[in-house]
Design a protein around this ligand. Structure first.
Ligand SMILES: Cc1cc2nc3c(=O)[nH]c(=O)nc-3n(C[C@H](O)[C@H](O)[C@H](O)COP(=O)(O)OP(=O)(O)OC[C@H]3O[C@@H](n4cnc5c(N)ncnc54)[C@H](O)[C@@H]3O)c2cc1C
Length: 268
């Protein structure tokens, strides 16, 4: 809940928003879904990001650029035809219809709650995050998740997803459709001459932060897409999930293995 908010600002440019943020204690408001979960948030002011023109999905020759204020429902409805379908799936399976109408990709990346379904999807797609303000830069998604550069005087402006000609598969498991997920898994595979040429596997909601599985990826590279060794190598994966009151660590780590093996079967 928001209490004692003295001012609402409605800037019409990113520069305008950043200059208001410099005042200190002024917080961006995108979808607003993180502010209404309970607890009290006191802020000198809030910045409504809706007039910043950051609600778009653009195609270029090299990939897709998504404005930070683009909502999950618009990404879920967008017609990605290649491996970028991973992001479409992640956005369409997260939360509920009414929440997907509000949640933005930029707000999700800035707050990164442990149940977010965005990081694993963006890791498998090698995404880049553009930031304006004191930390102005383009961050590869892995660096972004490690350095957490949001400092109160920077804004996420765009997310860039390179063209992904391979297969993209995304799974999310929760006890009911609307629960936070216990595990999500994103797998991107490019196959050449029936062999695995490029492979990126990312898991979320399982460890303190979403991450790729580089050792497993390396061991799978070059194998025939239908090789029986794939299942053996995935079964050897050692992963130590954070605890959950809903499901055991064994259940969740087995679930990841099932998801990864299922992705290969689907592609094969
Ligand atoms: C009941 C419930 C269930 C949910 N389930 C899921 C789920 O299953 N999967 C999932 O992925 N998400 C889920 N969410 C959404 C998630 O928990 C966050 O609420 C959401 O990602 C925040 O996005 P937002 O656009 O609403 O951001 P806001 O709430 O507006 O902002 C979040 C934070 O980011 C900052 N911020 C916003 N935009 C920017 C920007 N462009 N640059 C810099 N800082 C910015 C804000 O100041 C704030 O600190 C759920 C939310 C709720 C309430």
């Amino acid at each position: 809940m928001l209490v004692n908010v003295k001012n609402w600002y409605r800037p019409e440019s990113v520069t305008g928003a950043l200059s208001v943020m410099k005042k200190g204690g002024v917080i961006p408001y995108a979808g607003g879904t993180s502010f209404h979960r309970g607890g009290k948030i006191t802020a000198a002011g809030m910045i409504d990001l809706r007039k910043l023109d950051l609600d778009f999905i653009h195609e270029t020759e090299s990939g897709t650029t998504i404005g930070a204020c683009t909502r999950f429902k618009d990404i879920a409805n967008y017609d990605f035809t290649d491996g970028r379908k991973i992001l479409k799936e992640a956005c369409s399976q997260a939360a509920s219809t009414s929440l997907r109408n509000l949640i933005t990709i930029g707000g999700s990346l800035s707050s990164i709650p442990p149940w977010s379904n965005i990081p694993a999807a963006l890791l498998a797609l090698n995404a880049e995050i553009e930031i304006a303000g004191t930390k102005a830069s383009k961050f590869g998604i892995e660096k972004f998740l490690t350095e957490k550069p949001m400092d109160g005087t920077s804004l996420i402006t765009r997310i860039y997803i390179p063209k992904s000609s391979g297969f993209g598969i995304y799974y999310r498991y929760s006890k009911t459709r609307f629960d936070y997920s216990l595990v999500d898994t994103a797998v991107y595979i490019e196959v050449k001459d029936e062999k695995i040429e490029t492979i990126r596997i990312a898991v979320g909601n399982l460890l303190p932060k979403a991450r790729r599985l580089p050792n497993l990826e390396e061991s799978l590279k070059g194998l025939p897409i239908n090789s029986e060794r794939i299942a053996d190598l995935v079964d050897k994966l050692e992963i130590n999930p954070t605890s959950s009151s809903i499901a055991s660590k064994e259940f969740r780590s087995n679930l990841v293995k099932v998801f990864i093996k299922r992705a290969f079967k689907q592609v094969g």
